[in-house]
Ligand binder design. Structure first.
Ligand code: ATP
Length: 311
């Protein structure tokens, strides 16, 4: 079983409008409300890949209830810590070919809630084979909170994949107990290094050999339509993908983490792990919904992904 963690889930509301009127009333005909958050997208794709998954994290209030109902409705197992404050709404207004977003920052957790979640997490991962941690931390938790989750996972002998950014990712890399894998995209990778990382193989290889990555088994730098550049142990790989018709690329990094986790969980070889990760990422971009893939297309696109070892 894979445990997929989302510490700051949301209800994602999308309002399509022909024209967005400022300082006026905007009436919306068709509203879509879905349970959102990076780890929830990861879990949805894992479930579509027919691998056993459970979602966890923290939820509160009626928005929290809605998130749970949505997951239950899709038969995705979940076990969240209930917190005092309300989970957040994230609103996307789709207008004139643009997307204006209004993102609530979400609840502030108390210290006790932070401790209570770590206890729940420890219990949940006992029967897990793999853990994914995705997205940002809610307010109230220290930036090294993911390090505590990694420590617990080490104690229990579980592999952890971290897909986060900013300070929480930096803390994870600086901690003595390392995650099993990280999946930054190029922007997150550049932000982490403090300089614009070039997409040239020689630069990527040099950057990934930096000592902050020592002890991490897998570093998958996802590069959108350019595929990925990967460090596995002491080996480096360039992964290229075919040109495809993109409908909605949002969440493709989450779908990549999902495919990666599924293949690792099935003990597949390096090439299959990377090809699966790229394929689920691509399939997500080909659907309108975030965290959805058409599994019928899997084999066709998987065969187009090329994994090349770099000397
Ligand atoms: P997000 O933050 O939206 O979840 P990300 O920025 O973390 O995404 P990307 O590097 O953009 O992740 O994409 C992850 C993977 O999804 C890519 O490595 C690739 O397999 C696939 N992908 C993303 N965008 C495209 C695209 N335009 N064409 C083909 N494949 C894509």
């Amino acid at each position: 079983m894979i445990v997929a963690v989302t510490m700051n889930p949301s209800v994602d509301i999308s309002y399509p409008l022909n024209r967005f009127k400022f300082d006026d009333v905007n009436r919306v005909e068709s509203v879509s409300k879905t349970a959102g958050g990076k780890g929830l997208n990861v879990a949805r794709v894992i479930a579509q890949m027919k691998e056993d998954v459970i979602c966890t994290g923290v939820v509160g209030g009626t928005i929290g209830d809605y998130i749970v109902q949505q997951l239950d409705g899709r038969h995705i197992r979940n076990d969240f810590l209930r917190i005092e404050s309300e989970s957040r709404n994230c609103i996307a207004i789709l207008h004139e070919g643009m997307q204006t977003e209004i993102l609530e920052s979400g609840p502030t957790l108390s210290e006790q809630e932070g401790i209570a979640f770590l206890e729940k997490f420890e219990g949940l991962i006992t029967s897990a084979s793999l853990v994914t941690i995705s997205g940002s931390l809610p307010k109230g938790l220290p930036t090294h909170y993911y390090c505590k989750m990694i420590e617990i996972s080490h104690k229990k002998g579980k592999r952890v994949i971290v897909d986060s950014s900013g300070e929480s990712l930096k803390q994870v890399l600086m901690h003595e107990k390392k995650p099993f894998a990280i999946k930054p995209n190029t922007a997150e990778f550049s932000q982490l290094m403090g300089f614009e990382v070039e997409a040239e193989i020689i630069d990527l290889k040099r950057t990934l050999s930096h000592k902050i990555f020592e002890g991490i088994e897998w570093i998958v730098v996802s590069m959108g339509s350019k595929g990925a550049f990967v460090k596995h142990g002491t080996d480096y790989y360039q992964v290229t993908i075919p040109e495809i018709d993109v409908v909605n690329p949002v969440g493709s990094g989450d779908a990549t983490v999902a495919g990666f986790s599924v293949a690792l969980n099935r003990n597949q070889n390096v090439a299959t792990v990377l090809k699966t990760a790229m394929t689920t990422g691509m399939l997500n971009t080909m659907e309108a919904g975030t965290g959805y893939i058409n599994k019928n297309k899997f084999k066709q696109y998987f065969d187009f992904v090329k994994v090349e070892k770099i000397d």
